[in-house]
Design a protein. Structure first.
Length: 328
């Protein structure tokens, strides 16, 4: 059996290390693992591949495959894979949901606390060599997660872990998911509501976390009307996809003096343009889509794929199957 490993990117961190491919070759020595490190190589080498372990493939590459039986993505978000022919195909797609849930949840807590505790002001004054104690106004604006109301939009592996951590700090956590009654609330989440209740919950939240997948239903789920409903001193955190927030509306809201601030790890266009007004705002924390980075990422991702490959070879149900119609 031939497995095509096609995980490459202009972002250095998203290129699979050769040692991880070598480990797969050692674990599954009876099978052939072939790398592809460009779109051209994928098009050439996918023709006789049985399995593809990839970041994405495009419609032309998919059409060239003659014996493909399964696709596994090294990412949790699989939007680039969901072109019409892929959605219509019976070939299963699985993802790597859960590989970075802990590190992304910790990132959410870190940036939320940074904004609640006014740390960006301290960092600016540190760079200037200025003692800024009086600017903190006796702590009048400094808040804690204890007692805060945290609204998490999306209760996948990232949302669930974020809820657990936030509750550990003493926050009251409410989650939003597409089917609110399908299961009991996850650990730490006090209540779960459907998307139809989002407008009811936004005015009550001190921290709003966007952790939902990008689908037709979640496109710009936070726009002008939603931002207008949020508290004046609320914090908005996005670790999902930039397209879930209307960036222009967010900038207008911040410029009006509303919202304590926003922490954004993802953007409508990446890299974020140098001319974006988000760069220069003191109330915005910009991180360059790194919330999922952690030292053990590739070994963890490889182990998940290897477990699924064993399932595939033995005819067992695959883990992390994507609902191609739903988009995640």
């Amino acid at each position: 059996m031939k497995v095509l490993v096609a995980i490459f990117s202009t972002v250095y961190a998203w290129n699979i290390p050769e040692e991880q491919v070598g480990q797969l070759r050692r674990e599954f020595s009876e099978h052939t693992f072939v790398r592809a490190d460009s779109d051209g190589e994928v098009l050439e080498r996918i023709v006789d591949a049985d399995v593809v372990y990839c970041s994405w493939i495009n419609a032309a590459q998919f059409a060239a495959a003659r014996q493909l039986r399964w696709i596994h993505s090294n990412a949790a978000g699989i939007g680039p894979l969901l072109f019409p022919a892929m959605i219509a195909s019976p070939i299963p797609v699985t993802n790597s949901s859960g590989v970075s849930s802990v590190t992304i949840a910790e990132h959410v807590i870190a940036v939320a606390l940074s904004l609640l505790r006014e740390l960006p002001l301290a960092w600016r004054r540190q760079a200037e060599g200025r003692w800024s104690q009086n600017e903190f106004e006796s702590g009048a604006r400094m808040k804690t997660l204890r007692g805060a109301r945290v609204l998490i939009v999306g209760l996948g592996s990232i949302g669930r872990e974020t809820g657990r951590l936030a509750a550990g700090f003493g926050a009251h956590v409410v989650g939003v998911r597409r089917r609110p009654g399908e299961a009991a609330p996850p650990a730490g989440v006090a209540a779960v509501v459907g998307p139809d209740r989002l407008h009811d919950e936004l005015p009550r939240a001190d921290v709003v976390v966007i952790a939902a997948p990008h689908t037709r239903d979640t496109e710009r789920i936070i726009g002008e009307p939603e931002l207008a409903l949020m508290k004046d001193d609320a914090v908005l955190v996005n670790v999902s996809r930039g397209t879930l927030i209307d960036e222009a509306a967010l900038v207008r809201t911040l410029e009006s003096g509303r919202l304590r601030g926003a922490a954004l790890d993802v953007f409508e266009q990446e890299p974020l343009a140098a001319a974006s007004p988000l760069w220069g705002r003191h109330d915005v924390l910009v991180t360059p889509h790194v919330s999922g980075f952690h030292a053990d990422y590739w070994p963890t991702a490889r182990r998940l794929f290897a477990d699924n490959l064993r399932r595939f070879l033995s005819g067992q149900p695959l883990a992390n199957i994507v609902d191609k119609q739903a988009g995640y």
